[in-house]
Design a protein around this ligand. Sequence first.
Ligand code: BF8
Length: 651
Amino acid sequence: MSSKDKNISIDPASEQMLRSEATQDLELTWDRYQAMQPQCGYGQLGVCCKICAMGPCRIDPFGNGPQKGVCGATADIIAARNLARMIAAGTAAHSDHGRDTVHALLSAASDPNSDYKVTDGKKVRALAQEWGVDIQGKSKEELAKEVAEMSFAEFGQQHGELKFAQRAPEEQKNRWRENGVMPRGIDREVVELMHRTTMGVDSDFKSIIGQGIRASLADGWGGSMIATELSDILFGRPNPIKSTVNLGILKADEVNILVHGHEPTLSEMLVAATQDPEMIKLAKSKGAEGITLAGICCTANEILMRHGVPIAGNFLQQELALATGAVDAMIVDVQCVMPALGELAKRFHTKLISTSPKAKVPFANHIEFDESKALDIAKQIIREAIENFPNRKGKSTCIPDIRENMVAGFTAESVFEFLGGHYRPSYRPLNEGIITGRLRGAAAIVGCNNPRITHDYGHVTMTKELLANDVLVVTTGCTAIADAKAGLLNSGEALKYCGKGLKEICEAVGIPPVLHLGACVDISRVLTILCNILDQGGLGVGISDLPAAGAAPEWMSEKAVAIGFYVVASGVYTVLGQALPVEGAKELTQYLCEDIEDVYGGKFAFEPDPIEGAHLILDHIDRKRSDLKLSPVLYPVPYAPKTVAEAAAAS
Ligand code: BF8
């Protein structure tokens, strides 16, 4: 599909942009996707190998051509190695983000002049206690320093077990120990995975996947969990908060600044800088009414969760945001930042500013972020954006008048308080909702956008189908933004999509049926919630006993592969809207989609139809309910179409 085709997006603001004059002569993601057709089938099926210079080698998936690479590697070995390297990259990305958060916490704890502060004393105390630190008589800064040093050690640890992995249920930890995949150190598992998958090392596809799982667990129960927990300590634990989403949050008469990427260390400082009266005065002196700061992708989710900063859009809206012509500066750090942005920004007055020493972008101005001068640099960046505002004058802009209200800011702790009440915080009402059948179960729908799939369609369609069947949904990342734009994070409007039981619960506790848990690193919050539900009792002993599942209907990033593996290896049935690149490797596919369940309790399913995907989840939840001998659901939905085609016919 190209950007000129119809039905590229179900998001009305994106559709309006794509139909407008503003985008007609621009080259966008969908155009480059179209120009790339037909894409390489060998790559898609995972059977192209280029890890040594005897290749590239490719295996004929139809069995007519070569079935081994020059070294003798089969399709299963080649696809497993390729997949494992995706896990290594995804784990490295999340974990390096976690490491930067540790660095900022250490600076907050040890440098009285740091712009960062230790905000959540209660949480740092609880974490220090969990990790066996003697907390008596110590200030929150002293505890934060110890926690930060212990977190750093988790990256380089050579033996033993990761600290956060101890949070997992015994049943799951035993599975990891028995299969030799309990993660030791975060960097260690990534390095070993890269070693094992280089030419002539590990040639057993299950063994390769085993180390892939070990690295992925070092992400979910290591790097990502460190990023989440330490961000809460540093910037404050999120609480339910109202905000607004979509391109219509841009304002014609204000300085519009977009922050795009992932790390909260920069975006938190930008929030502070835009609120500085000196900056607001400067903006007014340039003829603007004020400053609008908004976000794209996961850094947007970070500052939404803690400050209610509005969100301009998700991954496939980064170019559309620039195409409005109304963005005075887009500030980027790391991950999910398209290299195309620089050339596109040149078509407008927009300044593209790269900030990370790890990520330079063609045609961007580079203002390097340095934690020791964090607020000063943030102000310098904001000043550049303000100075650029007058350059917008006389140029045409196109801001869709479309935005949606939302509630975000849920965490493992606040879900707990909301569902149990502030005076008796407990997961009991949630567990009872499931046990009595008022709730059928729970699902985490997460992940990216992908131009192969109509923008936001997979997320929103699957989520609505689950809500109609009384499944409580939690979400993060670009799915959360898609659902928010569709009104599913709006505690009033979203109830019309819910089945009777889910609606009763949401009305009783005043929550939307889709709970926004934050950025992709915050999928670690999902792991914590699953542990808390189990601890509450009545729903089995392992995560795989729970009537719960996960899905990534529009995934595209290597980070999503790492997440998929740590979630499956933690016992969660996971539906992917696009297959992993393994389908040219038959035994590997069979292992990932079936046999792996006996080992870890979870498995993958590949299903592009989001309604069918939702029904795979519902069938799984029903099986788990039956295994637990729970009562039937209170309000069964009489008829539910099981495919998009059947749904279209039914309407
Ligand atoms: O980490 S959901 S497109 S923004 S990778 Fe990227 Fe995917 Fe969005 Fe966040 Ni996550």
